[in-house]
Ligand binder design. Structure first.
Ligand SMILES: C[S@@+](CC[C@H](N)C(=O)[O-])C[C@H]1O[C@@H](n2cnc3c(N)ncnc32)[C@H](O)[C@@H]1O
Length: 263
């Protein structure tokens, strides 16, 4: 004889209040407050520098492809893509392809759009990984120095008229190169979309503490945050989003998420 299944009475529905707005306000307020907490930021930086002996940012992947990002930055980028729903995302710095695959997968979920990945050196095996991936249909690759006029012309040619455009800068992290990219790609970002400057954390690390395990070393003074500060003195089109940046601890890009606030 089979087991006797007794149907349970449905649990009595509790009367609950709709706290969704309250919850969003709490997240906003705590994120902004966290952004002002220098002690927690310093502790998180210590932890990241300790983990760097295991090359922590290199340990992750997205849909099977290595992504050189810290998990909070991936989540933050997901938040801004979902909020602003760009038609086009331009990323400088493709490396092994994980970040272009990640952003293409977000566009796939929103049901539209394309990622334009720009890199000075797209190695054959990395190109193969990207072009054979299920997200390939939402990715265009352009090989060339990102700040050169010829590369920029090829990028512009891929952007349809009236498209909303987001930009992520994650290539050569020297101050002068990031500044050149900001001046070249900043004007492409459309109203309400985001400009993400990766690796601003380097602006918080002096030479003695800078990770030594990279092919190039960047530290305070010659890094993306210095470039960003110069750029923000030249334009009023962008505002640093206090909510998204406030919660960016254990992140490579605190202060690097800017919203285009002027058409
Ligand atoms: C930090 S990796 C990019 C990581 C990638 N966005 C990810 O999340 O997986 C930096 C990349 O920038 C590229 N790069 C360096 N200098 C460049 C330049 N002048 N123009 C374009 N790409 C450049 C390198 O070839 C390298 O692939």
């Amino acid at each position: 004889m089979g087991a006797v299944v007794t149907e349970r009475e449905p649990a009595e529905k509790k009367m609950t209040t709709d706290d969704r707005d309250q919850f969003s306000s709490m997240v906003r307020e705590l994120s902004i407050a966290l952004g002002k907490d220098g002690v927690v930021f310093a502790q998180a930086l210590d932890a990241l520098l300790a983990a760097d002996k295991y090359q922590y940012p290199y340990l992750w992947s997205w849909m099977g492809v290595p992504i050189i990002q810290l998990p909070p930055d991936i989540i933050a980028t997901q938040e801004v893509i979902f909020a602003a729903k760009p038609d086009i995302i331009i990323e400088t710095g493709v490396a092994r392809g994980g970040s272009v695959i990640f952003m293409a997968s977000m566009l796939e979920l929103t049901g539209k759009g394309k990622v334009i990945g720009v890199d000075i050196d797209i190695r054959l095996h990395n190109r193969e990984t990207i072009q054979n991936h299920q997200m390939a249909k939402r990715i265009s690759l352009i090989e060339g120095p990102s700040a050169d006029a010829a590369t920029l012309a090829r990028v512009r040619a891929e952007i349809p008229a009236n498209a909303s455009v987001m930009v992520v800068l994650d290539s050569d992290h020297s101050r002068d190169h990031v500044l050149a990219e900001l001046r070249a790609y900043g004007p492409l970002v459309t109203h309400g979309q985001y400009l993400v400057v990766a690796d601003t954390l380097m602006g918080h690390i002096d030479e003695q503490r800078a990770p030594k395990s990279r092919s190039k070393m960047w530290f305070k003074g010659n890094e993306p945050l210095s470039a960003l500060n110069i750029f923000l003195g030249e334009t009023d089109r962008f505002a640093i989003d206090p909510v998204i940046n406030g919660k960016l601890i254990f992140s490579s890009s605190p202060g690097g998420y800017l919203r285009c606030v002027v058409p």
